[in-house]
Ligand binder design. Sequence first.
Ligand code: SAH
Length: 238
Amino acid sequence: MTFRATVLTLYPDMFPGPLGMALAGRALQNGTWSLQALNIRDFAEDRHRTVDDTPAGGGAGMVMRADILAKAIDHVSDDRPRLLMSPRGKPLTQHRVRELAAGPGAVLVCGRFEGVDQRVIESRGLEEVSIGDYILSGGEAAAHVVLDAVVRLLPGVMGNALSGDEESFENNLLEHPHYTRPPEWEGQPIPAVLLSGDHGKICAWRRAEAERLTALRRPDLFSRYQPFVGGKKAKPET
Ligand code: SAH
């Protein structure tokens, strides 16, 4: 089963871009996922291939036209979720990333200018997705982020399948610190417990460090964290 990604953009040459390299690139090559980047401009109807116009009500900047974008969306739409990269969207979470990775693929619409006409968002049921509280110049970098996060979860992509489960956010916890050789560097030793070979102690130390860091840096996450109780897995992040 191939995860099918279609990106609608004014800059199709930005794809695969970074997604053509390393883990994602290898997975793309071996058919674990597929990527189609279509130029929204190809759906314009006039001689100048216009995709944007001035905002109704006035103001600075330009707005992507509903009719042109809808044609592009309708051309590729099937049962896949349709995402619009948007700073107004629901912040992307590892939970949503997992859901997407379990599905057939996604259509990702990249905005430019001031954004897109509200009517196409509503009529085509676009799910607005934000990658954080800051403004990018376009949705392409956001689409890279979404696809990178999804693709690494596809079956067979990560070399060590276990490494997915213990990472930041999977349990509403940030990850514990990592160390590797040399055992002492610039006078700083690796915490002794990690070299003890006692897996119970190592596990407890990592858990305590993860809890300490999360409480310190991300009280919002920590308030949703539930330690393992009575062998039951903690509530997944939402
Ligand atoms: N005027 C808009 C910002 C437009 S930025 C506003 O104030 O909300 C242009 C495009 O970049 C957007 O349409 C969107 O597709 C993309 N973009 C910008 N910031 C983003 C973010 N944080 N997450 C996802 N997409 C973003």
